[in-house]
Design a protein around this ligand. Structure first.
Ligand code: PMP
Length: 395
């Protein structure tokens, strides 16, 4: 894949891909608009934010806060409730570290078997630290959250429920409305991992807190968002400390500036914030592009289901957000991925950072194809042809 191919624009917004990139759920390609927004600042027109002192700094501050406003509008919350983080993982660690501080024995934290490790391990470690119990909500044999267990899993002892909006293995959408209703009934908090949802225009309206990453949403790497609704940020405490977030520092202790800035210690990823805001603006405008993604996903799903020996993970009759994971009987997922790679089809293979789900489904690994607005029918055809040829490896 040459540098020129990346720079060649197919539709004026997205760089044309050389080959068949079907790994956008891991990291999506970046929009030119996002790149342009960052370059605008980074080409000699940037200064640190919130440090004051000169006009260039003030201008960078202004652009950074405008970007926060754009993210807030996209998510349907207010700018004061948006924290820029290093990514979804950083946001989840911040939430687990902060929300669980006052938990103890008798309190329950609920996660699900669907979770990416980034939304599992921070809560597990918080539970181990505090003495709270970690309850892991099982999936059905088909790999969906078992909603029959809703009342059993979320009880008056539950303090926080952290669940993915879209599974990074099946692409299925969680029933957040039912979960949120139960969470409210018992007086707990709902955290939503929206890392795989935001790229498909979903933004967890029901959540008290949500997180996502820029690099999956056609923006830059190194940035993510932790956002709250209903003033939820006021319930958080800083868990990382440094410059920029302090009001006064004495030898005996320190005080913090107000939300959301006290949750952004050190120099924040301000260029990336501009890039992310530009990407979200594009997503907001280009809803039609997302319909194309769902058509391609359906075609890939149907094509794979028609092949003998190919098993698709998750129910087959439900809408998926750009993700199809599968296995090929008698062929290791890494070998399937290698056959595809030789044909210029780039998919992910392995455990998808979801060992609890793999264990629940009795799988060691899967192949995952994921789709984005820059994919085409030719990408789906190449995937299906490659999987078909991998069938020849069966012993
Ligand atoms: N949650 C989900 C559902 C994901 O798919 C991922 C990325 N694979 C993450 C969290 C973590 O995102 P990041 O690595 O960008 O922090």
């Amino acid at each position: 894949m040459t540098r020129q191919a990346w720079m060649f624009e197919r539709d004026g917004e997205l760089g044309q891909l050389f080959g068949h990139y079907l790994d956008s759920a891991a990291t999506a390609q970046m929009l030119c608009a996002a790149n342009d927004a960052m370059t605008h600042l980074d080409r000699g027109m940037r200064a640190n934010v919130r440090r004051g002192g000169h006009r260039l700094g003030e201008r960078t501050d202004e652009l950074y806060e405008q970007a926060r406003g754009t993210v807030a509008r996209f998510l349907g919350t207010s700018a004061e409730q948006v924290v820029f983080t290093a990514g979804a993982t950083a946001g989840l660690n911040m939430l687990a570290g902060s929300l669980c501080q006052c938990f103890g024995e008798g309190d329950e934290i609920v996660v699900t078997e669907l979770e990416h490790h980034s939304n599992f391990v921070p809560w597990q470690q918080a539970a181990l630290r505090t003495g709270a119990a970690l309850k892991v909500w099982p999936v059905t044999s088909e790999g969906e959250l078992n909603m029959l267990l809703l009342e059993q899993m979320i009880t008056p002892r539950t303090r926080v429920v952290s669940v993915t909006q879209v599974s990074n293995v099946t692409g299925l959408v969680s029933d957040l409305t039912s979960i949120a209703r139960r969470v409210r009934d018992v007086g707990a908090l709902l955290v939503v991992d929206a890392a795989q949802a935001v790229p498909h225009g979903l933004m967890a309206e029901q959540a008290d807190f949500l997180v996502f990453s820029g690099h999956k949403a056609f923006g830059p790497t190194g940035i993510g968002v932790l956002a709250a609704r209903n003033g939820g940020l006021e319930g958080l405490q800083p868990v990382s400390f440094g410059g920029g977030m302090v009001a006064a520092v004495e030898q005996s202790g320190s005080t913090w500036v107000e939300m959301p800035w006290c949750l952004e210690p050190g120099t924040p990823p301000f260029s990336q914030a501009l890039g992310l805001a530009a990407a979200l603006d594009w997503l907001d405008r280009e809803r039609a592009a997302l319909e194309g993604v769902s058509r391609l996903t359906r075609l890939a799903l149907d094509g794979l289901l028609s092949m003998p020996g190919v098993r698709v993970i998750g129910p087959h009759n439900r809408e998926r957000m750009g993700i199809v994971s599968f296995t090929v009987d008698g062929v290791h997922p890494h070998d399937v991925a290698q056959v595809l790679d030789e044909r210029g089809v780039w998919v992910r293979s392995g455990q998808m950072c979801a060992q609890p789900l793999m264990r629940a489904l009795g799988l060691n690994a899967v192949v995952r194809a994921s789709f984005a607005p820059y994919n085409t029918l030719a990408d789906v055809a190449a995937l299906l042809a490659g999987v078909d040829s991998s069938l020849a490896l069966r012993g």
